[in-house]
Structure formats: structure tokens, C-alpha cells
Design a protein around this ligand. Structure first.
Ligand code: COA
Length: 257
């Protein structure tokens, strides 16, 4: 199967999915999200595959977020649908996958890009990576599961600081926060992700699948967080701050909040 914005390959039990829209820093547009859904479903169904590495093309970005130009004119209902469909079709699919999925964070992981990494089971980052949830700078909040997943992973205080300031953090800070499991030199990023998956591939696939389910089940009470996020994300689209924030990004100027 070939996709316009994904490069797919397989090597000894591992499916590599590379998000390849380098000229837009691999931003997630509708087409890329649909392709990701399809590619992940196929990898999960393939008997020969025991794990997935998700990364971005080039050395600048993992994924620099949802594609801002696609939702610039959305209203509250469209904003809500964007979050709901994205969460259901891609981010929850990854979170609940019965095979391990590792995010190999090779550069900017911002907004929906960091949320994509957060949905994965394990994160490995290149030392040059920068991570953040800059949505408040656009008059938005994270909409692809970032508020519950980040809070659960690194704790309320650090999650609040990242989400409210919208600032990026370094790979080493992300390691200290427990946001990524390992930081390596860029050249070692894919080998590191592969070596973790090879260890997992040597274990019982049914036990690995059950273990993912069991760990995820312990997060059940966070469910309300996802629903709340979808509703509030949608409401942001009815605000003047959102309209100005997104126009400012697209026009290369500072917003007037
Ligand atoms: N959506 C749509 N396009 C995006 C994008 C996004 N999330 N992130 C980057 N791009 C595009 C830029 O518009 C630019 O396109 P152009 O060459 O057609 O003008 C291209 O990718 C390169 O980005 P640019 O901003 O020129 O690179 P930079 O090195 O100056 O800055 C970033 C890099 C990551 C700091 C900057 O691109 C950025 O802030 N991106 C948006 C991050 C964000 O807010 N994400 C959350 C979205 S909800």
C-alpha cells in the first residue's frame, strides 16, 4: 500500500511508518490522518508485524502539529468534530493498539505532533527534538488527547506549565519529566526504537497485547478528560482569540489577545 504523505517499510517484525510532508514540517492534514488510520490498521492486522515505529521525515520535525491552514475557518461544531474524529480514528487507535507503537521523535513534536507521540506506548527522542503544546498561542487548547495524556504522564503541575505557557521544552527536559523514555543522538534514534521493539518481539505477542490492555485499563478514569477536552476544544472555535490566533500564524504576525 502506498500513501501520498506516508512512507511505509518493514524490517524483521517491525513496521516503519514515516510521516512525510517535510515541506510543512509533517503537519497532520486530513489526508495524512486518514492515511495514518489505514496504515496502522494494516500493521495491526499483519501477522508478520510485532511492533510499529512512527517517525517524521527529515531531521527538522517529527510533526509540527495539526495543519493549521485546514481549520482556520472552522466553527465550534467543526472544531468539536475535528477533535472527536481525530481522537477516535487515530489517537485512540494508537493508544489502544494490541501491538507496541514507539514514537521516534526526530525534531519538533508540537501540538498534534506531541499528542501523537503521547498516544504511542513508548517515546524515544533525538537530542535535538523540541516538544510542546503551543495551542494557547492560537486561542485553542490541545484537541487530540493532550490534556489528559500529558497530565497522566508527567503530572498536573508540569502539564499545566507546558499547556498554559505553550512553550517548547528540550529533549533532556522531556527526559527529566518522564515525557520520553530515552534521549539519543539523532543517528541512534531509529536503532534505539528498533532495539526496544526487538526485545518486545522476543516476548509472547498475546502477553504483550494483554499487558498493553491492562496498563491502559488503569487510566480509565481519565476518560472524562477526553470528553471534556473535545467539548472545550470545540468551544474555542467560537472565540475571537481563535480567529485572531490562527490568522496571526498564517499571516506571520503576533496575535492581539
Ligand atoms: N500547520 C500548517 N503548516 C505548518 C505547521 C502547522 N502546524 N507548522 C509548520 N507549518 C508550515 C509553515 O506554515 C511553513 O509553510 P510555508 O513554507 O508554506 O510558509 C512550513 O511549514 C515551514 O515552517 P516555518 O514556520 O517556516 O518553519 P520555522 O523553522 O520558521 O518554524 C515552527 C518552525 C515549528 C516553530 C513553526 O513552523 C510553528 O510554530 N509551527 C506551528 C506549530 C503549532 O502551533 N502547532 C500546533 C498546531 S495546533
Amino acid at each position: 500500500m502506498t500513501y501520498q504523505n506516508l512512507v511505509i517499510s518493514s524490517r524483521s517484525y517491525i513496521r516503519h511508518i514515516v510521516i512525510a510532508r517535510e515541506e510543512k514540517l509533517n503537519a497532520l492534514n486530513k489526508q495524512t490522518l486518514a492515511a495514518l488510520h489505514d496504515a496502522i490498521i494494516r500493521a495491526l492486522a499483519a501477522d508478520t508485524i510485532r511492533g510499529i515505529v512512527l517517525t517524521g521525515a527529515g531531521d527538522k520535525a517529527f510533526v509540527a502539529g495539526a495543519d493549521i491552514s485546514e481549520f482556520a475557518n472552522f466553527d465550534t461544531a467543526q472544531g468539536r468534530a475535528l477533535a472527536y474524529e481525530g481522537q477516535t480514528n487515530v489517537f485512540d487507535l494508537i493508544h489502544n493498539a494490541g501491538k507496541p507503537i514507539i514514537a521516534a521523535i526526530n525534531g519538533y513534536a508540537l501540538g498534534g505532533g506531541l499528542e501523537l507521540a503521547l498516544a504511542c506506548h513508548i517515546r524515544v527522542a533525538a537530542a535535538s527534538a523540541k516538544l510542546g503544546l503551543p495551542e494557547t498561542s492560537l486561542g485553542l487548547i490541545p484537541g487530540y488527547g493532550g490534556t489528559p495524556r500529558l497530565t497522566q504522564l508527567i503530572g498536573r503541575g508540569r502539564a499545566m506549565e507546558m499547556i498554559l505557557t505553550g512553550d517548547m521544552i528540550s529533549a533532556n527536559d522531556a527526559l527529566e519529566y518522564g515525557l520520553v523514555n530515552h534521549v539519543v543522538e539523532p543517528a541512534d534514534l531509529l536503532p534505539k526504537a528498533e532495539s526496544i521493539l526487538q526485545r518486545i518481539a522476543s516476548r509472547s505477542p498475546t502477553a504483550v497485547s494483554a499487558a498493553i490492555k491492562a496498563v491502559n485499563a488503569s487510566l480509565g478514569s481519565v476518560k472524562r478528560g477526553f470528553e471534556t477536552e473535545i467539548n472545550l476544544f470545540g468551544q474555542c472555535f467560537g472565540t475571537g482569540d481563535f480567529k485572531d490566533g490562527v490568522s496571526a500564524f498564517l499571516e506571520n504576525r503576533k496575535p492581539n489577545f
